[in-house]
Ligand binder design. Sequence first.
Ligand SMILES: *Cc1c(COP(=O)(O)O)cnc(C)c1O
Length: 568
Amino acid sequence: MVGAVAVSNGLGFALGVAAPQGRGEGLASHSASQLVSVRRKESGKLAVVSSGRRGVVRADALPSSQEVAESVPGATAVTLEEVATDSAKPNSPSNGPIAPKKSRNGDIREEARRQCAGSEPTTFSAKYVPFAPGVETDEEYSLDEVIYRSKTGALLDVKHDMEALKKAGDGAYWRKLFDSRVGKTTWPYGSGVWSKKEWVLPEIDDDDIVSVFEGNSNLFWAERFGKEVMDMTDLWVKHCGISHTGSFKDLGMTVLVSQVNRLRRLGKPLLGVGCASTGDTSAALSAYCAAAGIPAIVFLPANKISIAQLVQPIANGALVLSMDTDFDGCMRLIREVTSELPIYLANSLNSLRLEGQKTAAIEILQQFDWEVPDWVIVPGGNLGNIYAFYKGFYMCKELGLVDRMPRLVCAQAANANPLYRAYKDGWDTFKPVKALPTFASAIQIGDPVSIDRAIYALTQCDGIVEEATEQEIMDICAQADKSGMFTCPHTGVAMVALQKLRERGVIGSNDRTVVVSTAHGLKFTQSKVEYHSSELPDITSKFANPPISVADDFGSIMEVLRQKLSLR
Ligand SMILES: *Cc1c(COP(=O)(O)O)cnc(C)c1O
């Protein structure tokens, strides 16, 4: 047995000590088979923080890291990197008495295969049905069919055998099962999406799954932003964009690409997967296809997108076709091509993606220890995600994990607000609009594919729709960033919706509220740069914090510091 001690001299240098278990005293016996970090205090004392136990143990008068090494009989000095890799190895003896059950060669897929061998086939199942709540129909399709719409052209929905899921166990059973899978590397449950596999694609072989262990994203307590900007104590941001390719699209794409992987293995002649999005969808598609070695084909309008939007599919090796048209033109062309060639269409009407996206809702409940928040605010464009959140919450209620639904708010950019207009009209009429450019470019959609899904979701949970102007979006992003976040404009749209509902008193100051952040702010830096340089046309940069240019001499710098830090 080898214990590991990491010693920092307080200057950022570190060395590790490996001690044989049960030998030595003080530090060594304390640290055997645990990872312990020792930091030298200014007083010359060391605080020993054990990761395996609660609390802090002080080891007095251990003057230097070198002496720590010498004070442990039989110890040999190792670098911190070795400590890190050793403790990360599944079969490392430092894992202690908890028997490691991972395969020696680290192939977690192979390990999953062995664990599965001999187990009963699943009793859970799911199929495609037309999306028509309340309408009886016999029309249904296997998930192994390549089909995007019903006979009448309606959207499809993935329908689970809820009776089988209910029979497997009550709410406590599912809560316990899902909780047991968080934070592990077991294939495929290390993924936030696949840790809910029975509710996502129950019949897929673990072996066919294409995952980069997406999901399990941070639920961030927006303490300062909540108190100072929103006058709220219980405000949270679900950071779905702190993810593999920087947006929540990963959650859906792991499901779609896994199913395509399965279809190819079943012998369906699928050449690859195609899409006509410029932004987050093509990035996610390209990454998952690359992980599985499946060709990805991306249609982009020439000269209409930024380098940032272009670079992810290029880097991931997708076949990127650039053509002289706009997005709608690309969409029309890829539809024509996919009806001619066996290329699977990863567009936004695809209902498989929503099965992955809904796990973000389940995760929120799980992260609150299965307490239901009062409000969840989601920015919406094509409106699949708002329905996915509804479905995730609904399944948790239906299967007894929680006893109620949160109220959902869908937030739209005022420049692309067809859902907002329909809501204001009492849902009586829906009219597509011509979407104008918005900083929240992923939701610049005037004729959303999932409009029926969104209206259904919102009417079922007493939902609300709000809108945000470009000025409001940029200001709230700057305010959120000043409290330590780095928000994308879509997240800003949701925050503006919150602000308006707070001002109107609809959302109370103690209501537990979750804002869903859909992308990483680092994907959308251009508008931030221009905001802080006050260069955005028609936008007043109220919260700008531009860099101050200053001559490279001591006097000038001191002058600026005196002024800015109010020194005399
Ligand atoms: C796709 C996307 C959305 C919109 O989701 P819909 O399901 O189309 O409503 C919002 N924000 C970001 C960052 C996105 O990529």
